[in-house]
Design a protein around this ligand. Structure first.
Ligand code: HEC
Ligand code: HEC
Length: 288
């Protein structure tokens, strides 16, 4: 023990520690601090018994309450899953129309459909479903194969010119490549088609084009060229183009045909997801 002395100013004994002439006084700890200290010790001992705390060789002391954050999190997740299954189950049994009419089911189907769209469809149709050349815009109310809930549901399930045996399919002939029409005839019919949406092909005989259209195109695109959804043939009068509405592109379409492919999702996605997708796509720009 270092020698103790009494500090002259405060009358308190020193601890004997001294730095550059400064001496440490041996004051007692403040009472409030000491009580806090004892309380903490008592609390921690209590805690050891009640909650999981000390590590053991394998495992740890579990405590009286048997509380486990892991189990609490798992229970939360299970409750969420059950709620989702209940709603998902609702979707499974409901018809598309029932889902569309029930705000709660609809809300769930739209969220589900939007997520599935981002995962599966956005690469071709775009994140906003606005499409690009050859990939239809699903936001507008212009449909190749029809825009009702059932039409859209069928298109997604079987695909278009897909590998499904039930696929939607209708192949426009390659009028030029297969020698059905010659270059002049193609120019004339392209001139007629473009005239329907206010366009023009320089030097085309649209009267002859109209005649050619009636003979070669009307069976699929309709007498009035407004399209036939049961044929997957687009409206050619609305200035909405899948491949483009300039002379060069239309001539190219008539010469070689396009025959775009949309994969089948039947088998690849579960029925609830496909229903959700149909309802979601319909909400973007579906008709009736
Ligand atoms: C590999 C590219 C590709 C993917 C992926 C794809 N589509 Fe398509 N989709 C197409 C093409 C191409 C067409 C147009 C086919 C045609 O020319 O007739 C189309 C057409 C459609 C149509 C018909 C539009 C109309 O006007 O009738 C719907 C609906 C549709 N897709 C929904 C979806 C949904 C929903 C998904 C995701 C589950 C999806 N597509 C994924 C390429 C794709
Ligand atoms: C057997 C049915 C069929 C016949 C006949 C047919 N088409 Fe098509 N046409 C289609 C289908 C289906 C599409 C959809 C696009 C695809 O093939 O991917 C299409 C697409 C088009 C497009 C592209 C439209 C766009 O938005 O880009 C043009 C243009 C067109 N047809 C013009 C004609 C003309 C002109 C004729 C007659 C000379 C004709 N079609 C005859 C079925 C037909």
């Amino acid at each position: 023990m270092a020698h103790q002395e009494i500090d002259h100013v405060s009358g308190v004994s020193t601890t004997g520690h001294e730095w550059d002439g400064l001496k440490e006084l041996n004051n007692p700890l403040p009472r409030w601090w000491l009580w806090m200290f004892y309380l903490c010790i008592a609390f921690s001992i209590g805690y050891y018994f009640v909650y999981p705390s000390w590590p053991l060789v394998s495992g740890y002391t579990k405590g009286f309450l048997g509380y486990s954050q892991r189990e609490a999190a798992l229970a939360d997740a299970a409750a969420g899953q059950a709620a989702r299954l209940q709603l998902g189950g609702g979707l499974k049994d409901a018809t598309l129309q029932q889902i569309n009419d029930d705000p709660k089911l609809l809300e769930f189907a739209l969220a589900n459909g939007k997520a599935a769209f981002g995962d599966n469809c956005a690469p071709c149709h775009g994140t906003g479903a606005t499409g690009s050349k050859g990939f239809p815009n699903l936001q507008d109310d212009d449909w190749l194969w029809g825009g009702t809930l059932d039409d859209i549901h069928t298109t997604i399930t079987v695909g278009i010119r897909s590998t499904s045996p039930d696929t939607r399919v209708n192949d426009m002939p390659a009028f030029g490549k297969d020698g059905i029409l010659d270059a002049t005839q193609i120019k004339n019919v392209a001139g007629y088609v473009l005239s329907l949406s206010g366009g023009k092909v320089e030097g085309a005989d649209t009267a002859a084009g109209q005649q050619l259209f009636a003979e070669n195109c009307a069976a699929c695109h309709g007498e009035d060229a407004k399209g036939l959804p049961e044929m997957g043939a687009p409206n050619l009068t609305d200035a909405i183009w899948l491949y483009g509405g300039d002379e060069k592109t239309v001539v190219e379409t008539i010469t070689n045909a396009r025959r775009g492919v949309m994969p089948t999702w039947g088998g690849k996605l579960d029925p609830v997801t496909i229903k959700s997708l149909a309802v979601y796509v319909h909400s973007l720009g579906g008709g009736a």
